[in-house]
Design a protein around this ligand. Structure first.
Ligand code: FPP
Length: 248
């Protein structure tokens, strides 16, 4: 039976946006003597649990780093299996997403994904468009540098055709040109598996995010691990460049 959530959260300090680098599927599988795909398959359980916990706590945006641009360098067999897993998970989870009023969105260069994957994503985004309890943002064929470069190209083109003065380029203009334009910056970034790096994820958006590293491998990540990360976040003092005295 599932353990009830026994943590006491400060309801005024629930992170509005949590972003997660789900890492460690391959190592988890290897430790158990299985192929990497076994880890990815078991990672889906953790995805489900984290979404449920986010809804339960009242998190409004959850971004999951599901496939980076750099992940295209993996063996073709693993890429194909990951894409197939993504499509089957999307199709299977649609009723649950509708029931829980979850809106699915994406960031990344979706045109690089197999056509079947693009179609499934378009369908789920369209069908969940009116849901507004949680926005689940899947980062697919995404990297932070890619997004910044794309935004810079859009801005340069607006300057070239004369609809933008270079002197008017500020953070709001750059924000507005990014894939993440409609979403607030993450308050909390979680990375599993003990690796302590950002791996080209949301480079612009995490300027003031609180970062939480845990050694837990993604397929072992539970609701309890998610709650622990939020409790840790609630214990942090977010100063945004100000002094401690100014905050209190
Ligand atoms: C990182 O572990 C994990 C991924 C690149 C893929 C994550 C995908 C899933 C959890 C499955 C489906 C996801 C959704 C959103 C439905 P790794 O392979 O880099 O592990 P390693 O570092 O131990 O090798």
């Amino acid at each position: 039976m599932e353990k009830p959530n026994t943590y006491s959260f400060d309801s005024n300090r629930i992170p509005q946006h949590v972003a997660i680098i789900m890492d460690g599927n391959g190592r988890w599988a290897r430790q158990k003597g299985h192929i990497r795909l076994f880890g990815h398959r078991n990672g889906v359980r953790a995805v489900r649990d984290v979404i449920e916990s986010a809804v339960e706590l009242g998190v409004k945006y959850l971004t999951l780093y599901a496939f980076s641009i750099e992940n295209w360098r993996r063996p073709q067999k693993e890429i194909n299996a990951l894409m197939a897993l993504l499509v089957s998970t999307i199709e299977d989870e649609l009723p649950t997403l509708m029931k829980n009023e979850i809106h699915v969105s994406t960031i990344g260069n979706l045109l690089q994904l197999p056509i079947k994957c693009q179609q499934s994503l378009e369908k789920i985004k369209r069908l969940t468009d009116n849901n507004n309890k949680l926005t689940l943002i899947l980062a697919l064929s995404y990297s932070g540098r890619w997004d910044i470069l794309e935004a810079v190209k859009k801005i340069a083109s607006d300057v070239k055709i004369g609809i933008l003065d270079p002197l008017d380029i500020d953070e709001t203009v750059l924000n507005g040109a990014m894939n993440t334009a409609q979403f607030p910056d993450p308050d909390l970034l979680i990375r599993t598996s003990g690796e302590q790096r950002i791996s080209n994820f949301l480079l612009w958006e995490i300027a003031y995010s609180e970062i939480y590293f845990t050694p837990v491998l993604w397929p072992d990540f539970t609701k309890d691990d998610f709650y622990k990360a939020v409790i840790d976040y609630q214990g942090r003092e977010r100063r945004f460049g100000k002094t401690s005295e100014q905050i209190t």
